[in-house]
Design a protein around this ligand. Structure first.
Ligand SMILES: Nc1ncnc2c1ncn2[C@@H]1O[C@H](COP(=O)(O)OP(=O)(O)OP(=O)(O)O)[C@@H](O)[C@H]1O
Ligand SMILES: O=C(O)[C@H](O)CO
Length: 518
């Protein structure tokens, strides 16, 4: 596969049409996914965000004077690579740094030979590992305490660079006393198990933490704070990504209580949590209101799903496809998302005019999965134009984070389940399309599996049947990884390994023109 792609790349310069005929649609889909991930690698996003002009650092159009006054902290799954690149750019002015990163990440990155994501042996940045299984633990609490001490020691004229990525909430636990780590962990665990969204979860986390909800930048005051954020939440809400430690947010206690009521946690809430919410919380908030809030803070989203989709789009164009970005905000049930992609493929593959009811069905389903009518109308227009094209296939790109309702006990992930469901939609459609679909997690890990996702097309059902695999049985048991591992010896699995970044999932569908147009 790698050899085929290298060959494709080497001939790309002089004959894209020839390349298209040499690379299968599946190979193109895999290459486009790889480009999406490459575009949001921690080092490349930091390189794009930090410009160095002599002793000046420019971030998002703002300029900061460097005079050996730079301090760095970070927390999240991707911040080790971000820190390594930041140190390469501004290391000569760096005084000290601490990053809180997942347990075992250094060893894993070493094993995967991702050396550019590791710090130099002479680094001024201390790496602290913790939060096993993405849960806050005493190691992560120690890291949070060290980060708090560093931030609190800063003075006017200092500059604090804060690197933030997904997983940051668990890596920066600092419960407001008298809440203990165990109590806070339990509240978070119960909320997550009851199906609370990440927005709800982090709204509660912010109210129970000394550092979240702008707490870290308050500790650093009066130093200048610059937050560089790699987003893993739909819509890139800076106050919620890693629970917004650099984003002043006035927590609404009513909202927090409403969430706790909604998930029936009110009755079992530890006394300490009630105390913080009832008294300490409001006292703290009125005290903090007196402090200058935002003048010394700059937050910039430097990597996101939308950026990954743009990189994918450029790659698709390079490969001679017609890219169209549907949306970076696909959410909702994976079943509805699969139906939407099935309908969009039907739309693209209808020779001549599409069936009259199809547009309405697409618009209705779009609402269920977070895709607006204007995004869908724009996409359908593009697909309609694609129907007249005889040479170029269309590449539809989308991203986000759909959900799976876990009813079975199998092994799988939302990307593999989505790929399987879309394959089934294509298999069972009347139109005999040659559409290829791919879904992958940009972090390289889909649920608790070794795969990032999978690729599918309309042949999946007949192939499965010929190999004695019943797709419906696997789906009922949420067993998509076992299915794809068994199907054709795992050839349809997407196995990039740990990527070191995370901007949610990327979906892509390559739609060749309908037969009548060719
Ligand atoms: N057997 C399964 N089949 C389908 N989906 C599953 C299965 N087991 C877990 N999942 C889904 O996998 C997701 C958790 O996986 P993962 O660790 O990749 O989450 P994530 O949201 O990407 O985490 P992060 O944002 O920290 O990277 C959940 O949405 C869960 O419903
Ligand atoms: O750390 C977190 O809170 C999640 O990854 C969302 O950003």
């Amino acid at each position: 596969m790698a050899q085929v792609l290298t060959l494709c790349r080497s001939v790309l310069h002089w004959n894209p049409l020839w390349v298209r005929s040499m690379c299968s649609l599946e190979e193109q889909a895999r290459a486009i996914f790889a480009a999406a991930v490459e575009g949001v690698q921690p080092d490349s996003v930091v390189r794009r965000a930090l410009q160095r002009r002599g002793d000046e650092l420019v971030v998002a159009g703002h300029s900061f004077k460097l005079h050996h006054n730079l301090h760095l902290v970070g927390f999240g799954k991707a911040v080790l690579g971000m820190a390594a690149e930041a140190e390469r750019i501004v290391g000569d002015h760096l005084v000290q740094g601490i990053v809180s990163v997942p347990h075992g990440i250094q060893e894993t990155l070493q094993r995967h030979r991702k050396l550019n994501m590791l710090l130099d042996t002479s680094s001024k940045i201390k790496v602290m590992e913790g939060a096993k299984h993405n849960l806050p633990d005493t190691d992560a609490q120690r890291s949070a305490e060290s980060i708090r001490e560093l931030a609190s020691s800063l003075t006017d004229g200092d500059l604090l660079l804060v690197l933030i990525s997904g997983g940051g909430s668990a890596l920066l636990p600092a419960p407001v006393p008298p809440i203990t780590l165990q109590e806070k962990q339990e509240v978070t665990r119960c909320l997550a198990a009851a199906g609370a969204t990440i927005q709800e979860l982090n709204t509660v986390r912010r109210a129970l933490s000394l550092l979240k909800g702008g707490g870290l930048s308050r500790c650093a005051y009066p130093a200048q704070v610059v937050g560089l954020i790699l987003s893993d939440i739909i819509g890139d809400p800076v106050d919620l990504i890693a629970s917004g430690p650099t984003v002043w947010s006035e927590t609404s206690l009513e909202e927090v209580w409403a969430i706790l009521y909604r998930y029936n946690l009110y009755a079992t809430l530890p006394l300490s949590v009630q105390e913080v919410l009832n008294q300490t919380g409001s006292q703290q908030r009125s005290k903090l209101k007196d402090q200058p809030q935002q003048d010394n803070i700059l937050n910039a989203v430097i990597g996101s799903n939308a950026i990954a989709l743009e990189c994918a789009s450029r790659k698709a164009q390079e490969l001679g496809l017609r890219p169209v970005i549907l949306s970076p905000g696909v959410c909702g049930n994976v079943q509805a998302v699969a139906q939407l992609y099935g309908l969009l493929s039907r739309f693209a593959c209808s020779p001549g005019k599409e069936p009259p009811e199809l547009r309405d069905q697409i618009l209705k389903l779009g609402q269920e999965v977070g895709v607006g009518s204007s995004e869908l109308c724009r996409t359908m227009k593009h697909l309609e134009e694609g129907r007249q094209e005889s040479l170029h296939a269309t590449c539809l790109l989308a991203g986000g984070e759909p959900t799976v309702q876990l009813l079975g006990k199998g092994k799988g992930g939302r990307n593999q389940e989505l790929a399987l469901r879309v394959g089934l939609e294509l298999s069972r459609a009347e139109e005999r399309s040659t559409t290829v679909f791919l879904s992958g997690g940009t972090d390289g890990q889909d649920g608790p599996t070794e795969a990032a996702g999978a690729v599918s097309d309309r042949n999946i059902e007949t192939e499965a049947q010929s190999q004695g695999l019943d797709i419906d049985v696997f789906l009922r048991n949420n067993d998509s990884f076992t299915f794809f591992s068994s199907l054709s010896k795992g050839q349809k699995l997407l196995l990039p390994g740990l990527t070191g970044t995370n901007v949610m999932d990327v979906h892509l569908m390559i739609l060749p023109p309908p037969p009548s147009a060719v």
